[in-house]
Design a protein around this ligand. Structure first.
Ligand code: KG4
Ligand code: ZN
Length: 337
């Protein structure tokens, strides 16, 4: 079976083809980061227009790279939510149109389910069920116990900002462009995290929830209170920010694994690309005897390979694929079965 995946939920337009037994045979991502960077964040209407501009040609390009035409595609998987409504509608409408014209079944994919199963595209593959997943992106910070495709239990979540949002907002304080996560990571390399003492919110709470808005405020006060906020001080604060976010994520994730008696942890979402987080998880993995599975770097941030793959898994599960669905910007992962 060959599945063509389409992703357009935020600021990346992406198309990929997954072939059963082979994996991803062609893919492309057109990033809008530069377009939005001058506004300091994603502008929804601009995002929709950009998706519309590039999606048809990107799809043709991926089909030719895979040496395919529509007749060799068995199913189309498209991100139907969560995300920006206008952006989602472009992908969904395009998918439905090409599906109708070429008589191909179109299936809605939950963006976070895509992230959740993205490590399945790496050589290591997904661990056996049940596993814990730490989903950390610009809009989500979730700890989810996964007992199977569509069997999700939210074990912990942020009560305010997402981890990626905290990176992005802290980056603004440091005068860095959007998206802030990779920029902070770059600057942190030359910084000394010990020069600033930042809080580790919610670490002593008995639940598995997160809170990052206080950390963002602490970064702001640290910058304001610094007498000589020069380039080195900025690098130090970037390192301290990265350290604080990674510490909280790692400790909470390990505790969730212990409490749920789960021996494997999968990380996913844009923040999963963070090197410090990956290193800290590697150390914690040995200490707590938890297997940590990380997706390939390219499959951490938004891409269509993960959508094509999750779509393939859904087509295989083959339960009740109907046309009775629509783009849903607030689609909940726990609504899936
Ligand atoms: O999953 P994603 O690409 O899009 C959403 O669905 O939100 O995640 C984007 C988020 C942004 O907040 C970005 O700053 C963060 O992931 N991010 C990173 C890194 N790369 C992307 N955060 C920390 N370190 C990185 N290397
Ligand atoms: Zn995402």
């Amino acid at each position: 079976m060959r599945v063509l995946g389409i992703e357009s939920s935020c600021d990346e337009t992406a198309v990929a083809i997954y072939e059963q037994g082979k994996g991803i045979i062609a893919e492309s991502v057109a990033s809008q980061i530069e377009t939005h960077a001058k506004f300091g964040g994603v502008v929804p209407e601009v995002a929709s227009r950009e998706h519309l501009k590039v999606l048809p040609s990107l799809t043709q390009q991926v089909l030719s790279a895979a040496d395919c035409d529509w007749s060799s595609i068995d199913g189309i998987a498209v991100t139907a939510g969560p995300g920006l409504m206008g952006a989602l509608l472009v992908g969904v409408t395009y998918a439905r149109s090409v599906g109708l014209v070429n008589n191909i079944q179109v299936l809605p994919v939950h963006h976070m389910e895509g992230h959740l199963f993205a490590p399945g595209l790496s050589d290591e593959g997904l661990p056996n069920f049940p596993f814990m997943s730490l989903l950390v992106s610009g809009g989500h910070t979730l700890l989810i116990r996964v007992d199977g495709l569509g069997q999700y239990k939210v074990v912990g979540q942020t009560i305010d900002d997402a981890a990626g949002e905290c990176f992005d907002k802290a980056a603004r304080v440091l005068g860095l462009p959007y998206p802030g996560g990779p920029e902070i990571a770059k600057l942190a390399i030359t910084g000394d995290a010990m020069q600033f003492k930042l809080p580790r919110p919610m670490l002593n709470k008995p639940n598995h929830n997160f809170s990052f808005s206080g950390l963002k405020t602490a970064v702001m006060y640290a910058a304001k209170g610094c007498e000589n906020f020069n380039a080195q001080a900025k690098a130090d604060l970037a390192a301290a920010t990265e350290d604080a976010i990674a510490d909280v994520l790692v400790k909470k994730a390990m505790k969730a694994c212990q409490d749920e008696c789960v021996s494997s942890l999968v990380i996913a979402g844009g923040v999963a690309a963070n090197k410090t987080l990956r290193e800290k998880l590697g150390q914690a993995s040995v200490k707590h005897d938890v297997q940590v599975v990380v997706p390939d770097l390219a499959y951490c941030t938004d891409n269509a390979a993960m959508i094509a793959y999750a779509g393939f898994l859904r087509f295989m599960k083959n339960d009740k694929i109907t046309d009775d669905w629509d783009a849903n910007p607030r689609w909940k992962l726990t609504d899936l079965t």
